[in-house]
Write a protein that binds this ligand. Structure first.
Ligand SMILES: [Zn+2]
Ligand SMILES: [Zn+2]
Ligand SMILES: [Zn+2]
Length: 221
């Protein structure tokens, strides 16, 4: 399954309101349902077991091989906390849960607001400190520094992706380009580097901004 990509609209132009992603996150379905064997397949076994039981037994055994368990972000974080010899606190874990409920780019202000709206009494400073830890253990990354502060996104479970950023409206589109992986490997070889993370950001103008700009130019003539 390909990791889902996000598309976030963010008011990142000078003087604009702080970014408010407006495109909802969509989760792709897990793929077509596995077909159960056709009629007549179990005719002999059916003498002993009802067909329904056989089908579910078969599906169960298939599932055992197909689903490889992935550590949850919470388990990953707890492991990190343990390794660092830090204390486990409910507050940090509540913040972490919220971070993984926002499938868009966010800033501390937004995250803090979301927590407050859910009745979580937490200071902005605590949110900052918790984010620092999530960054250090690779659950979250900094996306861009605009409007005088950082914007973040959770990356655990999302796979490699990069961003196109519109210089007009600030819209951020996520994309995957396997070719960039090749370039990365080549760079690592050429410079004898162990690359830990990378981030490509491509800036330009989206269609809507180009259209409105075109209109402005036409009017000026
Ligand atoms: Zn997500
Ligand atoms: Zn734009
Ligand atoms: Zn992103």
């Amino acid at each position: 399954m390909r990791p889902p990509l996000r598309q976030a609209k963010a008011g990142r132009t000078a003087g604009a309101a702080p970014c408010r992603p407006s495109h909802p996150f969509t989760v792709k379905p897990l793929g077509p349902e596995r077909k159960s064997p056709g009629p007549g397949y179990f005719s002999l076994w059916q003498l002993f077991f009802p067909k329904k039981t056989l089908v579910s037994l078969l599906q169960l055994s298939l599932r055992k091989f197909i689903i490889t368990p992935m550590k949850s972000e919470l388990e990953h974080f707890r492991e990190y906390i343990r390794r660092q010899g830090l204390r486990r606190t409910t507050e940090r874990e509540v913040i972490l849960r919220e971070v993984f409920e926002v499938h868009e780019h966010f800033d501390v202000e937004e995250l803090h607001l979301r927590l407050r709206q859910k009745g979580v009494r937490v200071s902005k400073a605590s949110v900052y400190r918790a984010l620092r830890l999530f960054l250090d253990c690779g659950l979250v990354r900094e996306v861009d520094y605009t409007d005088g502060h950082w914007h973040y996104e959770h990356i655990y479970g999302h796979g490699d992706h990069n961003h196109l950023r519109c210089l007009g409206c600030g819209e951020i589109v996520e994309f995957e380009a396997p070719a960039l992986k090749t370039i990365e490997e080549q760079l690592a070889r050429e410079h004898d580097y162990q690359i830990m993370s990378q981030q490509w950001e491509i800036k330009g103008y989206c269609r809507a901004c180009r259209d409105s700009r075109g209109r402005v130019v036409e009017r000026a003539r």
